[in-house]
Design a protein around this ligand. Structure first.
Ligand code: SAM
Length: 279
């Protein structure tokens, strides 16, 4: 039997049965439109041979669309009632039990995933979307690619190139792991409840080789944070605290890394930051 998807009426019925009123605190905006979840899965190029991890499956709309392809899913859900119900929903929609594993936990604290999934697909809880993405990329080196739905301005920032106004610390940190692209927009009307922000899809592909060691990454992120905390200042001032203590010391180190000390943080690529950190 092919896997069937959740309809809007069934989603509301499930929520009522579980006594779930969507909360802002957990970023609970459930997708109630089959075309949208299929569009996300298509953008992520999920096929039957993939093992997928989903963050925040909620009532299961996107989960079933991933499972419809024949892929297997590990789903991490913080809301106990939703995590507990998901296997029964999947079974009722003709998903074989061995293709879905539900982890009842905070995704920010998960440090192990069964089966080493290589693809991330999620409609992320908006309040923790960037930390949770970075946590997953940092912790699960086998995660090769993915597509996530996030608030439009967060997605645009993640995919922003250096030199643009919206390029910020999340853009550089995301670029540490690989390349990012905007992969489509999503109407507010497909959610229940309807959110007061726009959403986009963002895709990523991890670089074939890691950019550096964990120590190098940590040092790079520290410098990135310092540069964007005072983004209007020149680097020699913004980075004085993390590069020796004075603007003169910071200037010397920046020059050594081949970076003009009078630039601002938003003009540097992740390679520039990594070179500064390597000193
Ligand atoms: N995937 C479902 C959909 O598309 O309809 C729900 C998406 S909803 C935007 C976000 C989901 O993430 C909710 O189910 C919420 O309970 C869950 N969530 C929120 N914070 C979380 C966290 N820290 N770890 C895991 N799940 C979380």
């Amino acid at each position: 039997m092919p896997v069937s998807l959740l309809g809007a009426a069934e989603i509301r019925r499930l929520a009522a049965e579980l006594d779930v009123t969507p909360t802002k605190k957990l970023g609970q905006n459930f997708v109630v439109d089959a075309n949208t979840v299929r569009k996300i899965v298509h953008a992520a190029r999920v096929t039957a041979s993939d093992r997928v991890v989903e963050i925040g499956p909620g009532l299961g709309s996107l989960t079933l669309a991933i499972l419809e392809t024949g892929a297997s899913v590990v789903a991490v859900e913080i809301d106990h009632r939703l995590a507990e119900r998901l296997p029964a929903t999947a079974a009722a929609h003709d998903v074989p039990a061995d293709r879905l594993t539900v982890i009842d936990a905070d995704a920010l604290r998960v440090d192990d995933l069964p089966g080493e999934p290589g693809v991330l697909v999620a409609n992320l809880p908006y309040n923790v979307s960037v930390p949770v993405l970075l946590h997953f990329l940092e912790t699960f080196s086998y995660l090769e690619r993915g597509v996530v739905m996030v608030q439009a301005e967060v997605g645009e920032r993640l995919a922003a190139p250096p030199g643009s106004k919206i390029y910020g610390a999340p853009s550089v940190k995301a670029a540490w792991y690989g390349s990012w692209r905007l992969a489509g927009t999503v109407s507010r009307q497909v959610f229940w409840p309807v959110p007061n922000v726009d959403s986009v899809l963002v895709g990523f592909d991890r670089d074939a080789e890691p950019r550096g060691t964990e120590e190098h990454r940590r040092r790079t992120f520290q410098i990135v944070d310092a540069a964007f905390q005072q983004r209007r200042k020149m680097l020699r001032q913004a980075l004085a605290g993390v590069l020796g203590g004075t603007a003169a010391q910071a200037s010397a180190m920046l020059e050594q890394a081949g970076v003009d000390p009078t630039l601002r943080g938003e003009q540097l690529t992740v390679d520039d930051y990594a070179r500064i950190a390597a000193l």
